[in-house]
Design a protein around this ligand. Structure first.
Ligand code: ZN
Length: 424
């Protein structure tokens, strides 16, 4: 060892002794599910400690290895577990009206086609959303977001797509941004103009012209969207039409996502991968041969068991192929009025386990790290130094419990960006 290295080591040791590290909040008497991959399940650390400084995690590891922190506040976690804040990476929680009466009609034997002919289905949500004021949309969305926050969600994605015209798409996105301002949650917004064909257009190509030429550029100019999404499906838009939206998004420097292979296989996932999509979502009909392209593009596979459940589907996504090719799987609620009226990410985790066969560890990783990656948020979803201090304390004996019981658990405490949110 050179004299210089020796001296600097000595100085740093002395410095550490004389000047203990400061942190704002030190969490002790806890186990950590760090969700860091490659080691033990859940990246678990028994008898751990976690230090928060500002909005970042300063330390997450064994208590015995922790520096001698001087903390503004020490929290005794009562032997509970800390996990990263939950990330719901796919919702449509801003909308007008609801579809409960349509649900009742369907169960009384009225067919979906009859309902659609009578003005029901997604177009009824479009009508109700267009008719709603910004205040109405904000109030109803706030009420749907609240139960997600109450179960430890610290980041949520919210899509537009029930306006299908410039004014209403902008209104939806403004409401989504506003929710992130007034509630203790990080909101990522996604423009989903290519969700359905609005009634005033008879040609899907003409509408896609309008989306790419008029709505999307304005959304981008106003900075209202963090990503751009499409519904690639027989009842949505063709791959060719979706590709035009992807190209327009790329020209505006916006990343893309896609609803693909939910009801049939149109090859939308492979197409999205060509555009380096952040995520492809649903995937029940994904072909195994398209899985390597997702891996190569770094695209996250977002599984949405709530829609599968609510629609009574039987085709399960190819989970073993996704595992085999190490494509990261996320789990989200798909909270929406038509096919997944469900404001519980913990329930989505349970459904992903029961209906799709994910392990509880995959479910928790899907609702933390992989959910964050599906939104392009590299600094979220892990308990590791330098990451955002989004942390949830649970009174559980093992993290598998979070996917196991339905409505068993609420967080003891939630920190979002280092700030301890008031109990919901
Ligand atoms: Zn969706």
């Amino acid at each position: 060892m050179s004299i210089h290295v020796y001296t600097s080591k000595l100085v740093s040791l002395l410095w550490k002794d004389l000047m203990p590290e400061r942190c704002d909040c030190l969490l002790v008497n806890t186990s950590l599910a760090t969700m860091v991959e490659g080691g033990v399940p859940y990246g678990a650390i028994a008898d751990g400690a976690l230090a928060i400084a500002g909005d970042r995690i300063l330390y997450a590891g064994p208590r015995s290895d922790a520096p001698d922190f001087t903390a503004e506040q020490v929290v005794d976690c009562g032997g509970g577990w800390l996990t990263p804040g939950l990330v719901d990476c796919h919702t449509h929680l801003v909308f007008g009206g609801n579809r409960a009466l349509e649900f009742e009609q369907r169960l009384q034997g009225v067919s979906y086609e009859e309902i659609a002919r009578a003005g029901g289905g997604i177009l009824s949500t479009v009508r109700d959303t267009r008719d709603a004021t910004e205040g109405d949309l904000l109030a109803s969305a706030r009420a749907r977001l609240q139960p997600l926050l109450a179960e430890g969600v610290t980041t949520v994605e919210i899509k537009s797509g029930y306006g299908l015209n410039l004014a209403t798409e902008l209104r939806m996105l403004r409401v989504a941004r506003q929710l992130g301002q007034e509630m203790p949650v990080s909101v990522r917004t996604t423009f989903l103009g290519a969700h359905a064909l609005p009634p005033e257009f008879s040609s899907a190509d003409d509408y896609i012209d309008h989306v790419c030429g008029e709505i999307l550029p304005e959304v981008a100019r106003l900075g209202l969207a963090d990503a751009v999404d499409v519904f690639c499906e027989g009842v949505g838009f063709s791959p060719r039409q979706c590709e035009r939206v992807f190209a327009a998004a790329r020209a505006l420097d916006l990343p893309v996502k896609a609803h693909v292979e939910q009801l049939s296989n149109l090859g939308g996932a492979a197409l999205a991968a060509e555009y380096d999509a952040l995520s492809v979502d649903h995937l029940e009909y994904l072909a195994e041969s398209d899985v390597p392209a997702l891996k190569a593009a770094g695209t996250i596979a977002v599984l949405l068991p709530g829609a599968y459940y609510f629609l009574g589907e039987t085709q399960r996504p190819p989970v073993s192929a996704l595992r085999q090719h190490a494509v990261p799987m996320a789990v989200a609620t798909d909270l929406n009025p038509g096919s997944s009226p469900m404001a519980s990410l913990l329930l989505a985790m349970n459904q992903a386990a029961v209906l799709f066969g994910l392990t509880p560890q995959e479910c928790l990783r899907g609702a933390t790290r992989h959910g964050a990656l599906a939104l392009g948020l590299g600094s979220k979803g892990l308990l590791r130094p330098g990451m955002d201090a989004d942390v949830v304390l649970w009174a559980i004996g093992h993290p598998a419990e979070l996917s196991y019981g339905v409505n068993f658990h609420r967080p003891e405490k939630v920190w979002r960006g280092g700030v301890c949110a008031p109990a919901a």
